[in-house]
Design a protein around this ligand. Structure first.
Ligand code: MEV
Length: 429
């Protein structure tokens, strides 16, 4: 079979229906699946997912193109309300493609479950008692979720952390490390720590308070790297190696200054969240993990690294904790999420995490490149003007024409676009 490319020049110019058909064809979706993609979540299914349901709240769903990750092409579904996110990430993926695409890796999907123990007389003895019964406790954790164990997951280790001096007295925290395979794993890990708590109370003589997963998933990491050849970064009147150096400077700003780091990392999460939402994953968990990880050195910092080599080429890297799954929860119940996973055609949660971190790196590259060159508003303004043209009813070639005119006249309003359109059609009569 011919290798499928995610380079789809002119994809953005297609009509909505043509794009659905192109993606459906690309991903091999049958007629029923394409209908499901268009129909989305029904109020009936939504009502079964949450309490007190009154309907659904839709978001735009788009496709990022040009992604080449570990030698394979992907079309990336993204659910996001912010204009320019998808165009920008597709542009950055094209730049990365010029340097061979993204190289990624992921750890095993290991979650951490925490058990907080209080009212302990001898912290050291309690800690040793837990460690001495590790095998028994891990077997008890495995007994809670036999399906995950059957797929090769389950308890992998137990760790003990001591907090001798807290405002509520000495505290022992037990960490259960648990491989959740293709599930995000919140249910499995929470069930396991709740099940272990009474036995750990016996072993320590303490009282278990919280029994819950940690969202600082620093054992469940995914990393993406890319190299952008300097010439690919060149713009009108600016050489590529200069853009590369400015991107390195911009990244350094976010390494040293938390005020900038927050915005920088927000830009990364524009892309990561959009894929999380499209695939029915818990984006609040991923957000919490990313920002906690960004502060792991005691100061909140950029999650990315960018540096320029001697040739002027730009090298980027991003590592993120990514607790995402491809089975269970909304990934299966939500029809759009199911179809998005079909489009991605990933075979494991780790593969999904690898794609997401590549998207995060691309999103950051796009933002930094715009910021160090024309500024972010120019691109935004173009897309905004295009949306205004479409809202006023522009079609085909009119879209570009009206968009250009709205920007040139500095009047980006639907009423003005409609006025321009009526002028255009008069001329044609
Ligand atoms: C906007 O949603 C995201 C940016 O602010 C990110 C950044 O500044 O790096 C453009």
């Amino acid at each position: 079979m011919a290798r499928k490319s995610s380079r789809l020049p002119g994809f953005y110019k297609l009509s909505l229906e043509e794009r659905v058909a192109a993606v459906g064809h690309w991903a091999g979706l049958d007629g029923a699946e394409r209908e499901l993609l268009a129909a989305g979540l029904s109020p009936h299914t939504a009502n079964q997912m949450i309490e007190n349901g009154i309907g659904t709240h839709a978001l735009p769903l788009g496709i990022a193109v040009n992604f080449l990750i570990d030698g394979r092409d992907y079309l990336i579904p993204m659910a996001v309300e912010e204009p320019s996110v998808i165009a920008a990430v597709s542009h950055a993926a094209k730049l990365a493609r010029a340097g061979g695409g993204f190289q990624t890796e992921a750890t095993d999907p290991i979650m951490i479950g925490q058990i907080q123990l209080l009212e302990i007389d001898d912290l050291e003895r309690a800690a040793q008692s837990v460690v001495a019964h590790k095998a028994e406790l891990m077997a008890a954790a495995d007994a809670c979720s036999q399906s995950i164990v059957r797929y090769g997951g389950g308890a992998c280790d137990l760790e003990v952390r001591r907090f001798p001096d807290t405002p509520v007295g000495p505290m022992l925290v037990v960490h259960l490390l648990y491989d959740t395979r293709d599930a995000m794993g919140a249910n499995a890990i929470n069930t396991a720590v709740e099940a272990l708590a009474p036995r750990i109370e016996d072993l320590t003589g303490g009282r278990a308070n919280l029994r819950i997963l940690s969202n600082l998933n620093d054992r469940r990491l995914a990393t993406a790297r890319c190299t952008i050849p300097a010439e690919a970064l060149a713009g009108p009147g600016i050489p590529g190696d200069l853009v590369a150096r400015r991107i390195e400077e911009a990244n350094t700003f976010a390494v040293v200054d938390p005020y900038r780091a927050a915005t920088h990392n927000k830009g990364i999460m524009n892309g990561v969240d959009a894929v999380c939402i499209a695939t029915g994953n818990d984006w609040r968990a991923v957000e919490a993990g990313a920002h906690a990880y960004a502060a792991r050195n005691g100061q909140y910092q950029a999650l990315t690294g960018w540096h320029v080599d001697r040739n002027g080429d730009l090298h980027g890297t991003l590592t993120l904790p990514l607790a995402v799954g491809i089975v269970g929860g909304a990934t299966r119940v939500h029809p759009t999420a199911r179809m998005c996973l079909r489009i991605l055609n990933v075979s494991s949660a780790a593969e999904l995490a690898r794609l997401m971190v590549a998207v995060g790196l691309a999103q950051n590259l796009a933002a930094l490149k715009a910021l160090v060159t024309s500024g972010i508003q120019q691109g935004h303004m173009r897309l905004h003007a295009r949306q205004v043209a479409l809202a006023a009813g522009a079609q085909g070639e009119q879209i570009e024409e009206v968009t250009r005119q709205l920007i040139a006249d500095g009047n980006i309003r639907v009423a003005y676009a409609a006025q321009l359109l009526s002028g255009t059609s008069h001329e044609k009569d």
